[in-house]
Every structure is written in C-alpha cells, then in structure tokens.
Design a protein around this ligand. Structure first.
Ligand code: GLC
Length: 585
C-alpha cells in the first residue's frame, strides 16, 4: 500500500467545516430542481428497424432499463423532421417526427410508456436556426430582398462593388465563414445569409415578432402532447449585436473554463478584466426577453415544466442570468464539465456554481458528458485540454489512458451525483463507455470534420451506438448488425448485460449512486466543505453523507464510518487515488 502522507488529525465532528451558500429546493419544489436527467441521442440508443439508426420505438422498448437505472427524466436530442445534416439539429419541420425515427404516434406511445414508468420527458428545441430545407427558408429564397419572408432570417448585402465579400468576418462554429451567398431565382448572385453553424442551418431573425409567434405555437404543440419541458439549443446565440460588427476570436481554448486553480473554495468569482470580449453573436442581452416569453407559454400549462438552457457563456454568473425566476429553469454547467481533474479547481467551481445559480433561486446543475464533447471516461485522462468539438481520432497525439480515464470517470460521477441540484447523464456513460478514437475517416458524419477539411475530428466519437448485449449483432443496438457509425470491436465488456448485476461494474455503481442519492435526499441537501483531508481531496458533507474524492497521487486515510458507496474497492482503511467514497456521517 502506498505511504500515507496525511494524518486526518481531527475527528469528523470537530472538523472546521465551512458552509457554502445553502442550496435548497425553495422557492419551489418542482421536480427538476433535484432531477437526474438522462440524455438520449436517438440515432444511437436503440434501433427497432435494423436500418442502422436508432428510433423512437427502439427507445420505448428500452425505457424499463432506464427506470431501473434510477433516473428521473429523459431528454431526447432532436427527432423532428430534418435532412440530418447536423444529426437532427437542422430542423425542417418542428411539428413532426422524422420518418427515420418513427411517427408522431410513436412519440405519443413513448411519452405514455415513460410517464407510466415515472419518467419525465424533455424535448430538444432548436430555435436559433432551421434547416435550409424548412419551408420558411425556401419561401425566403423565393421572395425578393426586403420581403417579410426574407426578414425571417439574417439576410444582408455583401460588401465590395459586386457584393461578393461576406457582410462581416465571423467564422462558423463548425469552421469556414459564417455567411453563404444565395443565387436569385433569375440566376444572378444575391444576398448573403448568416449561419452560426453549418451552411444548411440558416439563423433565424429573432428580432422579428413573426418568428417569436411561430415558436410559441411549436412549444404549445409539444406541450399539448404532454412533454415535460424543453432543452433549448444554442440559447445564447439567438440575438446578434446590432450592426453585426467584425469579431476575431481569441486563440482556441482561451475562452472556456475560468475556474481558477487556487484552493480558495469561498473566493468570490471575479470577472477577469483581461478576458476577451464576448463574441457579438453570443450572450446578447436581447435573448432574455425571448425566454420570458417562453416562460409565459410554459406557465399556461398545469404541472411543473422545465426549460433548460444550452448557454455557452462565461462566467457562471452570466449563465445564471438565463435562469432568473421569469426565464428558464436551469442551464448546463459547462464550467464544471470542463474543469480539470484537480481538487482545488473542482472545489472552486462547485462553490461558484451553487452561489451563482443559488443567487437567482435556481438549482445548480452538473454534467460531465454529452453528444458534443469527448466522453468523460476519455477526457479526464487527457493530458491537455480538449477544446469542445475538436474530437480525438486515429492520428491524434497523446491518446488518453483508458484505465486511468475510466477510474477517474467513475470517481467524477460518484462526486457529481452527490452534489445538490440537478445532474445530467449522457447515454452510455453508465456503461463507462470511452470515446471511440479509432473511427475510420470515411465513416465520419459531423459537419465539423468536413468544414475543417479533416483538421478537426469532431464529435462522432461520442455518438457511436451504445452496446446492450455483448453477444448480439451491433451489441443488441438492433438485430441487423448495421450501425450508422461503426462500433468498436472491443465493446462487449461494456455491454449492459455484461455489467448488469455484476458487483463493481460501472452500471452497478451508477445504480447504487442514484438509489442512495434519492434515499439520502442529496439533490436538495446543503453542501458543507470539510477541511483536514489535504489539498488533493474534495471533501464535503451533504445531508448525512460525507463525500471524499481523492484526486491526489497517494492514498489518504479514511475516517471511521459506514461506506455507502465507493467508486473503487476500498481495502485497509485508505482511500486510493482517483477514488470517491460516500460515508454515512
Ligand atoms: C448545439 C448542439 C449541437 C449542434 C449545435 C447546432 O450546440 O448541442 O449538437 O451541432 O447546437 O445546432
């Protein structure tokens, strides 16, 4: 056993706890304040037809497994009609199901079964942009400059004598210019339109009241069917700075994080005066009026409905503006997601999160993986930052160690699921799935890969269909064995049936954590930092549970107490490296 450098030195009772702002379910007791929400990526969850793409009936058939896991809600990534240029985040009809995924009747059935199992259902609304195949855009193309149809989108004249220079220098998130020029019906070159993402995803003009009205109708369409709320895509991008001024982004990797590295868990968050200015297309003040309107639409319906913001802005205090009482309910905590695997940084971001969201009466949220980032069972073992969307592929240098990655992922999840507020899980993380880093180039589908000419691998590595049964075709994803992204040959040990009921498996760790979280009411408990375990240990008390996560290189002596949960086997009274325990305190 490694030498133990720390003597605990004080009993639990006398430890000088420092109370961080209390999080509680007040002022409301809505279910989403403490919920664990499981993200389903429909293409890759379960395929009932064997065409290689997951679908709604496939999801419905597997819902009992999710109820058994112990989650509270599912969030479905988009299943609306779409040409699938960005895996469904390019919607051509918001009020229909894409035939790839099934029918509206299939959706109603899914909803009924989910509700019958006690699971809430959250749909993914994509309001920043439509598909270029949407009838609104097709009508805009067919209508003259300055027409009401053109005013639904962000059309502008080009610069230069021939108008062949884009209206400004903005670069698409997926690479290349943020503008494309259209051809007029008579064949002459026309105006340019803005697209923050792919050219097949034109941005809507949210200054236009007509656009706002359309979306009220779309929200009501799904609320009438019974959805419990919406995750809102690119909720920070819908209003652009007046005049659309040029903007040059800072060097990659410089804009996310802001979590600090010192050990001061109570330090107030200070805006970095040297931080680069917010891009003129992110986080503009005008977005908040939109959310107040959406809040009013949800309030028309009985019961608690949730609006969850995807808002990639910094710092957390700014993210919290999205969840003021008359706006959205919660926002993803990307600052937490991208915090390095270092105890001081984690303590700081946890404190800041609870404080920032608590200051506006919203629950803190926690997330480690989703369909846009490298899976945390790989990301946490990276030696350098992995910028969002860049991905890892066959030629990436310095591949993360899978053993270290999985061990840290288990410890990180065990820590996250003890935190007060609401947590998001991404399908497959309960199986300990790593990023698929060997996808062949010819199978890639993420527009990032194409728009950067292969310079960035993109997000396909976290979107591979998940394994259910170790010895079935496509690991039980379907019966045909075909899958839209090829599955790795060595995934059998990750399959759900290989882990179900197996003590120590990642699946059982998730089940235990979710059960204990519920039994001990951790979602609505108050977090109190506990000192005395050293700089490399995240130590906090929540309810009647003491949580210790050892991120250091050497083992730490454990206090006496009943171990409720351990992310790795504990022997000899010591907490090994990269391990989290919950102790009944
Ligand atoms: C969001 C989605 C991402 C998508 C983008 C454009 O960031 O999470 O998958 O590509 O919006 O809709």
């Amino acid at each position: 056993m490694p030498k133990m450098p720390y003597r605990v030195g004080m009993t639990l009772e006398s430890a000088p706890d420092s109370v961080v702002s209390a999080h509680s379910a007040t002022p409301g007791s809505e279910w989403w304040r403490t919920a664990v929400i499981y993200q389903i990526y429909p293409r890759s969850f379960a395929d009932s037809t064997g065409d290689g793409v997951g679908d709604l009936p496939g999801i419905t058939s597997r819902l009992p497994a999710l109820a058994e896991l112990g989650i509270d809600a599912i969030w479905l990534s988009p299943f609306f009609r779409s040409p699938q240029k960005d895996a469904g985040y390019d919607v051509s009809n918001y009020c229909d199901v894409d035939p790839l995924f099934g029918t509206l009747a299939d959706f109603d059935r899914l909803l009924e079964v989910a509700h019958g199992l006690g699971l809430k259902v959250i749909a993914d609304m994509v309001p920043n942009h439509t598909s270029d195949q949407h009838v609104w855009f097709q009508e805009a193309l067919a209508s003259p400059e300055g027409s009401p149809e053109r005013d639904r989108y962000m059309f502008r004249d080009g610069l230069g004598p021939n108008g062949d220079i884009p209206p400004n220098n903005w670069e698409s998130v997926f690479g290349g210019p943020m503008w494309d020029r259209i051809t007029n019906p008579d064949g002459t070159p026309g105006q340019w339109y803005l697209h923050i993402f792919d050219k097949s995803q034109p941005d809507l003009n949210w200054e236009n009241p007509w656009v706002r009205e359309q979306f009220y109708g779309i929200l009501r369409f799904w609320l009438d069917r019974g959805v419990d709320g919406f995750r809102v895509d690119v909720a920070h991008g819908m209003i652009k700075q007046a005049g659309l001024p040029d903007y040059t982004p800072p060097a990659e990797g410089a804009s996310m994080g802001g979590t600090g590295t010192d050990d001061s868990v109570l330090a107030p968050a200070i805006e970095d005066p040297t931080a680069p200015p917010e891009p003129p297309y992110w986080g503009q003040e005008g977005v908040h009026e939109i959310w107040r309107g959406w809040n009013r639409v949800l309030a028309e319906y009985e019961g608690d409905r949730v609006l969850c913001a995807e808002a990639w802005v910094d710092p957390l205090q700014k993210v919290a503006l999205w969840v003021r009482p008359d706006e959205m309910s919660q926002a993803f905590n990307f600052a937490y997601m991208f915090t390095d695997w270092k105890a001081p940084a984690l303590k700081r971001v946890i404190t800041e999160s609870i404080d920032a969201f608590g200051a506006v009466g919203a629950p803190a949220t926690w997330v480690l993986s989703n369909h846009d980032v490298v899976r945390h069972a790989s990301r946490l073992a990276l030696t350098k930052d992995s910028p969002q969307g860049a991905g890892i592929g066959p030629n990436s240098p310095g591949k993360p160690d899978p053993v270290v990655g999985l061990r840290r992922a288990r410890a990180a999840t065990a820590m996250m699921l003890a935190l007060p507020g609401s947590a998001y899980l991404y399908q497959g993380e309960e199986l300990g799935l790593p990023e698929d880093m060997e996808l062949p180039d010819e199978s890639r589908q993420d527009p990032t890969w194409f728009r950067t000419q292969g310079e960035k691998y993109g997000r396909d590595g976290c979107r591979v269909p998940i394994p259910w049964e170790s010895d079935r075709p496509a690991y039980g994803f379907n019966t045909s064995g075909h899958s839209w992204l090829p599955q790795p040959r060595d995934w059998a040990p990750f399959a759900r049936d290989a882990q179900d009921g197996v003590p120590g498996s990642t699946l059982e760790l998730y089940k235990d954590a979710l059960r204990l979280r519920r039994e001990h009411d951790l979602g609505s408990s108050t977090l109190t930092w506990v000192k005395g375990y050293g700089r490399s240990v995240v130590a906090f008390r929540t309810g009647d549970v003491l949580v210790l996560a050892n991120l250091g290189k050497v083992a730490v002596e454990l206090p006496v107490g009943e171990i409720l949960l351990a992310s790795e086997a504990i022997t000899g009274g010591a907490l090994p490296t990269d391990t989290t325990v919950w102790i009944h305190a």
